[in-house]
Write a protein that binds this ligand. Structure first.
Ligand code: G3H
Ligand code: 13P
Ligand code: ZN
Length: 323
């Protein structure tokens, strides 16, 4: 058993309650490799922002769970060495089983998500409660999810039923004891969030649902997934340098800013990082075709990521200066 406390990490309790009171959002940034982790840490040190480092089960398989623990430990040493004390949580993103959550807690995670959103309401409660009972014994915080994030392939009529039902949230939180709740208000995962025709605007997020949830759970921590803006400059760069990402559209930044000022205390961003890295790597490959040293394309990609994360912390989430 490796306790996150020995790694210098914190759970999400204090950082979330400060974020709600302070009307900003904590970044939930996913990483799979060294360059992404370096960029997240550098951007958050430089902007003095708290951060939730997110690892999906796919990332865990890709990077190796033992290496991930050491990477997170190393990141904490780098933060200390830089004279910073930003709070950092290591979080399992979209955990799909009790066993995976237990394994993450045992390997040093300070926070886990159990995503039972695809289950029936009753089964979601039962699974989430079981994870909470285990995690809380180790002072690890738990995120649950109610409502399914709509996918672009879904029928419109199905999308309606995927939104979080505000009338369910009190019972879910009361019966499970979760520390935070991911809700579905119109965001979705990936780079193709909305079908937008020529001259059409991206449909606004369902702030009415968010406000109803806030009313029913005053002061409770809400999490927004699928919150990449699919930054147009990166999509353009990718397409300019040989990529093919037509009709990639994300959540406008002003809507995320508005969400961050509410009970939404963590905002998950993964795709924008993937796009920034891919755009820069493609640019180097096309403009310097003789280059074959990975540092010469991963380095510029890492620099671009730092710029992008700093922009998010400063101008979108409002987490800069809140560590
Ligand atoms: O919400 C999903 C995250 O973007 C992680 O994606 O499962 O491909 O690592 P992944
Ligand atoms: P994006 O695909 O919009 O970056 O969402 C990431 C996410 O929700 C991770 O859990
Ligand atoms: Zn997600």
């Amino acid at each position: 058993m490796h306790s996150y406390k020995d790694l210098g990490l914190v759970n999400t309790r204090d950082m979330y309650s400060k974020a709600i009171g302070g009307k900003y959002g904590i970044p939930g940034y996913n990483f799979n490799n060294m360059e992404q982790l370096q960029a997240i840490i550098t951007a958050c040190i430089e902007t003095n922002s708290p951060v939730v480092l997110q690892v999906s089960s796919g990332a865990r398989k890709y990077a190796n769970q033992i290496l991930l623990r050491h990477m997170a430990h190393g990141a904490m040493d780098i933060i200390k060495d830089a004279g910073s004390n930003i709070p950092v949580a290591l979080h399992l993103d979209h955990g799909d089983s009790y066993e995976l959550c237990v394994s993450c807690v045992e390997s040093g995670f300070s926070s886990v998500m159990i995503d039972g959103s695809g289950l029936s309401f009753e089964d979601n409660i039962a699974l989430t409660k079981k994870v909470v009972e285990y995690a809380h014994k180790h002072d690890v915080t738990v995120e649950g999810e109610l409502g399914v994030l709509a996918g672009i392939e879904d029928e419109v009529s199905h999308e309606e039923t995927h939104y979080t039902k505000p009338e369910e949230v009190e019972e879910f939180v009361g019966k499970t004891g979760v520390d935070s709740l991911a809700i579905s208000i119109g965001t979705s995962h990936g780079a193709y969030k909305f079908k937008v025709g020529p001259g059409e605007e991206v449909p606004p997020l369902r702030f009415d649902i968010l406000h109803e949830v806030e009313k029913r759970l005053p002061g409770f921590s809400i999490v927004l997934h699928g919150a990449s803006s699919v930054m147009p400059e990166y999509v353009e760069m990718i397409n300019k340098y040989g990529g093919k990402m037509e009709n990639a559209v994300g959540v406008p930044e002003d809507q995320l800013r508005k969400a961050a000022e509410s009970a939404v205390c963590k905002i998950n961003i993964d795709s924008d990082g993937r796009l920034a890295m891919t755009a820069k790597i493609r640019e180097v490959f096309v403009t310097s075709p003789k280059e074959f040293d990975p540092r010469k394309y991963l380095g510029p990609a890492r620099d671009e990521l730092i710029k992008m994360y700093k922009h998010k912390n400063e101008n979108v989430l409002g987490s800069a200066g809140k560590a």
